[in-house]
Design a protein around this ligand. Structure first.
Ligand SMILES: Cc1cc2nc3c(=O)[nH]c(=O)nc-3n(C[C@H](O)[C@H](O)[C@H](O)COP(=O)(O)OP(=O)(O)OC[C@H]3O[C@@H](n4cnc5c(N)ncnc54)[C@H](O)[C@@H]3O)c2cc1C
Length: 399
């Protein structure tokens, strides 16, 4: 290991500080052999293991009092294949590092989220997504994975090789192995033209289908205090930055420089995925509830679109999706707002984001995801002794 591990209990917290734990050991492996040793140690000591990337999950998906394996010492591009449109990267590589590494080979990830701080292992672990009706989440664009199983064995999986393990590992919640390598489907590098503007929600929804269809990525943040939407569209372009007449609300750049924003204000977040066709109605119900019950809310509601996929526990499995997120300052009690939002999301068959706050039970999650039981059966078969089964994950296990 590169740094001494914490033989005494140490404090762990996620990015916002809202989720904490007291792991027995915090390890920082920098070789595959050290990754295997970390799993062997957890198994030998009977402690649950969690890999962590950027700790940007708002839920307890990365938390454990057992063994934390930090992946920041395990980063970088392994190889890129521009003809095959794939690239292999170490799982600890952050999204902001992957951009330039791929760009050196004329490549880019298909899409990314609001921020680019996540590790690839973490982004895959929770189905991290961006916006755009043609853009799938990170889990759906994975083509293969290498991981250390609970036995310490290092295996590869893909749609052709151990396909059931692949279905679990490409959206694993950290629960089936320690992912070492991620083979991503990628595309040729591309430029985007970003435009931002303010618009009233009634006007946005008067032409929402047109706005969503007009560019590769459209989203907005509704600001409750002004009842106004900060709209953002990103259109693929071959133009140059100098071609822009208005540089205040527009910019042109390579996708990895343009898609993500900086979000330094610590907050917590709930996000639900609803069927795309009911997205507008769901948003208006959330808006009305906030205007009536939370008139002082300062944090925005985000509205995005997401393409359907076939990943077993993805929130976009089998349906074109709209995602709606509520935020709250991390120093405030988020529960009243999030419970009120969740009550609405439930009426729209909403599926909670796995890396964000929700209060759903195992039984409810099983009803929302057709392959939920299957995901657990395969997970349990590969890890019968629960090396990757933290108490928080076990709480989601169907009865
Ligand atoms: C400011 C902010 C903005 C965000 N924006 C978005 C957004 O736009 N879209 C979106 O969908 N989400 C968003 N999120 C949520 C975030 O993308 C996810 O929670 C993501 O999982 C965080 O990545 P991470 O590297 O921090 O993972 P962590 O939180 O460290 O871990 C997440 C899960 O992945 C597992 N994991 C990590 N590495 C490995 C590995 N090597 N092997 C096996 N399992 C592993 C962990 O065990 C855990 O279960 C945002 C969060 C924040 C705080």
């Amino acid at each position: 290991m590169t740094k001494p591990d914490n033989a005494e209990q140490d404090r762990w917290s996620n990015w916002s500080g809202r989720q904490t734990a007291s792991p027995r050991h915090i390890l920082q492996p920098s070789t595959e052999a050290e990754m295997v040793a970390a799993v062997d140690r957890a198994r030998a000591e009977g402690l649950p293991l969690r890999a962590v990337g950027a700790t940007h999950s708002h839920s307890r998906v990365a938390a454990t009092d057992g063994v934390v394996v930090e992946t920041d010492s395990w980063q970088g591009l392994i190889d890129a294949d521009p003809d095959g449109q794939t690239a292999r990267l170490r799982a600890g590589t952050r999204v902001f590092q992957a951009g330039p590494l791929l760009f050196d080979h004329g490549l880019s990830v298909h899409n990314q989220g609001d921020i680019d701080k996540q590790s690839l292992g973490g982004a895959i672990g929770t189905g991290t997504h961006g916006t755009g009706p043609g853009n799938q989440n990170f889990s759906a664009v994975v083509e293969g994975l290498t991981l250390v199983l609970a036995t310490g064995e290092v295996v590869r999986c893909s749609t052709d090789e151990r396909p059931e393990l692949f279905q679990v590992a490409r959206h694993s919640l950290g629960g089936v192995g320690l992912v070492t390598e991620v083979e991503l489907g990628v595309r040729d590098a591309y430029k985007l033209h970003e435009t931002q503007w303010f618009e009233h929600p009634d006007d946005v929804f008067g032409r929402i289908a047109e706005l969503v269809a007009a560019t590769r990525h459209f989203e907005f943040f509704w600001q409750p205090d002004r009842d106004s939407c900060v709209c953002k569209s990103l259109a693929e372009t071959d133009a140059e930055p100098d071609d822009l007449p208005d540089r205040k609300f527009e910019r042109i750049g390579w996708s990895h420089d343009v898609i993500s924003s900086v979000r330094d204000n610590l907050h917590t977040e709930m996000e639900y995925s609803v069927p795309a066709e009911v997205g507008p109605e769901c948003f208006f119900e959330i808006r009305a509830m906030i205007q009536s019950d939370f008139p002082d809310l300062l944090w925005p509601i985000e509205y995005r679109t997401l393409a359907s996929d076939d990943v077993w526990i993805s929130t976009a499995n089998g349906r074109e999706t709209v995602t709606i997120s509520a935020h709250e300052d991390v120093t405030l009690d988020d529960r009243p707002l999030f419970e009120a939002c969740e009550a609405i999301f439930k009426r729209y068959e909403g599926r909670p984001h796995w890396g964000k706050v929700h209060y759903r039970t195992a039984r409810e999650l099983a009803a929302l995801h057709a392959d939920y039981q299957r995901w657990w059966d395969v997970r349990d078969a590969y890890d019968p002794d629960g090396v990757f089964l933290t108490s928080d994950l076990a709480a989601l296990q169907p009865g």
